[in-house]
Design a protein around this ligand. Structure first.
Ligand code: ZN
Ligand code: ZN
Length: 356
């Protein structure tokens, strides 16, 4: 696995005229090396590949890392890379400008004074967005756990519970059903708070007539699912029920259209056009979706501004939403695997409006 990925990375480096790449994003390090710890750097040159971490991870890195020389350092990650001559013979090295800190950049320049450093973001990400069958299986397994969490939540959600209580039940179910952790901070947004697309759970109590938006994810071997469902508790206002229908239609039309080879912004336009025709166009305030994998948000971005072409093997979310200030919000988010002729839905929870 890591051998093929490193080979693919080396041809990406060649295209960018780089003799080496300093990989600082932990998700990218995990993708390339298998290492899942929280402090590491990877350095890949034409002939060598190093994984540098610290003594807390000596055992863990020995278990997880294949195909990389491990350096268990004492001088700080870059200091150890320099001491072991990780960039020896390299003239031009890329660094991940979206994750390397400014302090690390200054150290790079100081420690490797003969090397020219070039910002080179997105090289590993471009490889990682095409999932192999094992990665797809991991995301599908995470999605299946999220589905079971959702049906568990349906059995316990009651008026009078607070958003925070519901979030903690989701987290408990998630881990109990086999998720390694919550894939991200759980969103529970009830009543008017549903109009905040990324609301944090509060002590607000669920009331009859509320819409309740739940957005959460599970992880398997680091791979994430990301799902949103919106429920009604009792009889919700008509306008919110109309918004629900509009979001569901947008979700279904985008799922029907999604396939590899399609421009990301064209898929966004399918859902956006559907919501506009329902009369809620100004309330769909975010992009349609994003890639998922070892990160919850990764390439491709499915937005009106995206220039990316989606490929078969990408796993993306489709998450149209309507957010009406003062009233509430609706979002229905699914994870799908793109293929040449369509997509496979990985999250299978019901999409019709559930009234508790
Ligand atoms: Zn989500
Ligand atoms: Zn999402």
């Amino acid at each position: 696995m890591s051998r093929e990925r490193v080979a693919a990375l080396r041809s990406g480096m060649k295209e960018h005229a780089l003799d080496a790449l300093v990989v600082s994003s932990l998700a990218n390090i995990r993708y390339l090396t298998g290492f899942s710890g929280s402090n590491a750097l990877a350095v890949v040159t034409a002939g060598k590949a190093f994984l540098i971490t610290d003594s807390r991870y000596a055992l863990q890195s020995a278990e997880e890392v294949r195909g990389f020389r491990r350096i268990i350092g004492r001088r700080g990650l870059l200091g150890d890379a320099a001491a072991r001559g990780a960039l020896r013979g390299c003239r031009t090295a890329g660094f991940e400008s979206d994750s390397l800190t400014y302090a690390q950049y200054r150290s790079l320049r100081k420690l490797f004074s003969g090397v020219r450093f070039k910002p080179a973001p997105g090289i590993v990400e471009a490889l990682a967005r095409i999932k192999d069958p094992q990665e797809v299986a991991d995301i599908a397994e995470a999605a299946a756990i999220s589905d079971r969490v959702f049906s568990g939540v349906l059995g316990l959600l009651r008026p009078g519970m607070t958003e925070r209580e519901i979030a903690s039940e989701i987290s408990r179910l998630n881990v109990g059903l086999g998720s390694e952790s919550d894939a991200f901070d759980i969103i529970v947004a009830s009543g008017p708070r549903g109009a905040l697309p990324h609301a944090r759970p509060t002590d607000r109590r669920i009331r009859k007539g509320d819409f309740v938006l739940l957005d959460f994810g599970s992880t398997i071997r680091g791979y994430c699912s990301d799902m949103t469902r919106t429920l009604a508790v009792g009889n919700a206002p008509r306008r919110l029920r109309e918004a629900y229908r509009a979001v569901r239609e947008a979700n279904e039309s985008a799922v029907a259209a999604a396939r590899g080879g399609m421009k990301a912004r064209d898929l966004d336009a399918v859902a956006r056009g559907s919501i506009r025709r329902s009369g809620f166009g100004r309330y769909f305030v975010h992009s349609l979706g994003h890639g998922i994998g070892l990160r919850v948000h990764e390439s491709p971005r499915v937005s009106p501004l995206s220039r990316e072409v989606m490929e078969s093997g990408n796993v993306i979310t489709i998450e149209p939403g309507i957010y009406i200030p003062g009233s509430g919000g609706v979002r229905i988010e699914d994870d799908v695997l793109l293929g040449p002729g369509g997509c496979r839905i990985l999250t299978k929870s019901p999409r019709e409006l559930i009234v508790l």
